[in-house]
Design a binder for this molecule. Structure first.
Ligand SMILES: Cc1cc2nc3c(=O)[nH]c(=O)nc-3n(C[C@H](O)[C@H](O)[C@H](O)COP(=O)(O)OP(=O)(O)OC[C@H]3O[C@@H](n4cnc5c(N)ncnc54)[C@H](O)[C@@H]3O)c2cc1C
Length: 313
């Protein structure tokens, strides 16, 4: 099968001639996201190891074939048309968490829950705030995920990333970390090294449970969602502005602004990405009219046309 996309032409058979991991064609992406919306990717790949990943990335770059790194899909909305390129997931080949000279090294495809549990097991404290964030280490590094006053960059000493076609080790101070952003948006994060202090395991477990309980009490975790849709503007909370605008509970199709947390949207069953985009637009317009604050998206919009993006006021 041959697939024109971007300016390149890729055949899955030609990839299979050198790629050892799993490949699916025309793979629906909704199941790979926490919001459970979105169409298919032309190709979906799970590289087996670094050589496999580097070879396929080199091939895509040479062919100008678009690709998308997808972790646990908990911070992205994929368009109903899907992604016209390759979605690459590192969960199967890159999910080790280990101790190296007293530091914790976690591969990008490992789930954050696995990392947090590993730290508890080894009585290492500091990452309890990440308990309950349903992302991967790679996604959390790229997003500089954070909660309860802490964030990834506070615990990371260095990140290994594929830059272009070579592997770079980037120290935290050079990583461009900011509020829910980093300098890795054009790279492929391979692993991160965390420096944590020793603590009492029972205390660590207690803090982890408290933070999970706080999430359960305040977030609509029983329905598909993408976490916070908008970044908090300085000095206030997006949820507060959305609630003040009277939009809590507002519904378009099966997409709804959560009744429990106004900065969350939930999928009531068969929401379309187009409905979510309309709600995003409604929120931004209404909050702007009310307060003069233009809310910025935290979630990444994937596969939307320029026209659809431009329709956002
Ligand atoms: C219920 C819920 C609660 C949440 N709570 C929080 C919270 O408290 N704090 C917070 O910060 N976030 C929170 N989030 C958002 C989200 O979980 C985090 O941003 C998470 O770290 C994203 O990880 P992911 O693997 O799902 O990334 P994805 O959504 O898969 O990807 C996010 C971005 O990272 C890129 N990416 C993913 N992996 C790689 C890689 N290996 N290399 C390069 N780029 C990559 C993607 O292309 C995309 O641009 C929450 C989400 C949900 C659903």
């Amino acid at each position: 099968m041959s697939m024109p996309a971007g300016s390149g032409v890729i055949t899955s058979d030609s990839i299979r001639s050198f790629f050892r991991g799993r490949i699916f064609e025309n793979e629906p992406l909704a199941p790979y996201t926490s919001m459970k919306v979105g169409g298919p990717a032309s190709l979906y790949l799970e590289p087996q190891d670094r050589d496999d990943l580097v070879a396929v990335i080199r091939h895509f770059r040479e062919q100008h074939f678009p690709f998308l790194m997808i972790g646990r899909g908990s911070n992205m909305i994929i368009s109903d048309e899907g992604f016209p390129g390759a979605a690459i997931n590192l969960e199967s080949g890159f999910s080790d968490v280990s101790l190296v000279d007293g530091d914790v090294v976690a591969e990008a495809g490992a789930r954050l829950t696995k990392l947090v549990d590993f730290c508890v097991q080894h009585s290492l404290q500091g990452l309890e705030w990440a308990a309950g964030i349903p992302g991967s280490v790679g996604g959390a590094v790229v997003m500089n995920a954070g909660a309860h006053g802490s964030e990834m960059k506070n615990h990371i000493v260095e990140v290994e990333a594929l830059r272009g076609t070579s592997i770079a080790t980037v120290k935290t101070e050079d990583a461009g970390f900011g509020y829910r952003t980093s300098g890795f948006t054009q790279d492929i994060v391979l692993s991160a090294r965390f420096r944590l202090s020793r603590g009492d395991r029972e205390d660590i477990l207690r803090r982890k449970s408290e933070m999970m309980a706080r999430r359960n009490a305040t977030q609509p975790l029983n329905m598909p969602n993408s976490g916070s849709m908008f970044i908090n503007p300085s000095g206030t909370h997006a949820a507060h502005l959305i609630e003040q605008a009277g939009l809590k509970g507002k519904r378009i199709g099966d997409a709804q602004i959560s009744e429990k947390h106004a900065n969350f949207m939930v999928n009531l069953g068969s929401a379309k990405a187009a409905d979510i985009l309309k709600l995003i637009d409604l929120i931004r317009r209404t909050v702007y009219q009310n307060t003069g604050v233009l809310l910025e998206l935290e979630v990444k919009l994937i596969g939307f046309s320029e026209e659809a993006r431009a329709s956002l006021s």
